[in-house]
Design a binder for this molecule. Structure first.
Ligand SMILES: NC(=O)c1ccc[n+]([C@@H]2O[C@H](COP(=O)([O-])OP(=O)(O)OC[C@H]3O[C@@H](n4cnc5c(N)ncnc54)[C@H](OP(=O)(O)O)[C@@H]3O)[C@@H](O)[C@H]2O)c1
Length: 286
């Protein structure tokens, strides 16, 4: 495994497992499979409704808590100092741990400045080994960074070959903040797994499109948390440390960048909030 060193010295695996859209009843089995494959970084969130399943899997794995790197995120309905503070304790109880390794603000929606203050306190109290944000574009990120007493150590943002986030990456590099990708496969959108360039590069190394895409981002210094419910795919997604893309191949993949979000509305806080409320409502009725 390769590790990133966060600005406070904490070491974080460069590759792990994400559990978005894995229903709670399947999540324990999926996380146990992911652990068996070798994953130690697990990325969950209050919004995913599966923190308890992640906690169960970690406990059942028989592996020491300190060997894991657990990430969770504060959802915007828990915005503001007071609600965020209480929600952190709830997350810890569900995860059956006294601390998380990384705590993030999930979306720049609502009173996230108040939430950040609560996260700074959680950090000071040892409830989080590192703190940061998610889905913050360069402008929002820089404002939050300037406001922070404890600087965010990570920004987890939509990043894949079609949306490489070069401007944000450069800004964070300058500030010593780590870039973590969400949706490294663009959730399969835009014909991702059939992409001709990634397919042809993969053939050369005997690797899949998924593996080439992950390798591209690893070599770009981006932390990865691909999601899968299939153990064969988890194995594939973890098997990316035995080949290296050439400079020419890296440059050709850089050309796939459309510099545009596929899940766009999340960058507009008002639209993002409206969409998420609608999606939560939909879940109740569909
Ligand atoms: N901070 C945020 O706002 C945010 C937003 C989205 C996601 N995330 C985090 O990022 C993680 C990853 O993103 P994501 O889950 O949205 O999408 P993703 O990892 O880009 O894509 C997951 C999709 O790819 C498929 N897949 C996985 N490995 C594959 C392989 N080797 N070959 C072919 N298909 C494969 C999965 O199918 P199967 O499951 O059927 O195998 C699933 O349909 C999430 O789980 C979550 O932890 C964070």
């Amino acid at each position: 495994m390769e590790y990133a060193t966060l600005s406070n010295g904490v070491k974080m695996p460069m590759l792990g497992f994400g559990v978005y859209q894995i229903p709670p009843e399947d999540c324990e089995r999926c996380v146990l499979d992911a652990i068996k494959v070798g994953n130690r970084l697990i990325d969950t969130a209050q919004y995913y409704n599966n923190e308890a399943a992640v906690g169960n899997a970690i406990q059942k794995s028989g592996i020491l808590r300190e060997d894991f790197f657990i990430v969770t995120k504060v959802w915007f309905t828990n915005d503001g100092y007071k609600k965020t503070k209480a929600s952190i304790d709830e997350s810890l109880a569900k995860l059956k741990t006294s601390y998380v390794d990384l705590l993030l603000i999930h979306k720049p929606v609502g009173d996230y400045y108040g939430s950040y203050r609560a996260m700074e306190d959680a950090y000071r109290e040892g409830k989080a080994r590192a703190i940061g944000v998610s889905s913050f574009n360069p402008k929002l990120f820089k404002k939050l960074y300037d406001f922070a007493e404890i600087k965010p150590m990570v920004n987890q943002v939509e990043t894949h070959v079609f949306f490489q986030q070069k401007e944000l990456h450069e800004l964070m590099n300058r500030l010593g903040v780590k870039h973590m990708s969400w949706a490294p496969f663009a959730e399969g959108e835009n014909g991702f797994f059939r992409n001709p360039l990634l397919t042809s590069i993969g053939k050369k190394y005997g690797k899949s499109v998924a593996q080439v895409a992950l390798r591209f981002m690893l070599q770009s210094d981006i932390i990865l948390i691909p999601k899968s419910t299939h153990i064969e795919r988890m194995e594939q997604n973890f098997d990316v440390f035995d080949f290296e893309l050439s400079d020419e191949e890296m440059k050709s993949i850089e050309m796939l960048d459309r510099d545009k979000s596929i899940f766009g509305a999340e960058y507009n806080p008002i639209m993002g909030k409206a969409l998420y409320f609608l999606s939560e409502l939909r879940k109740k009725f569909v």
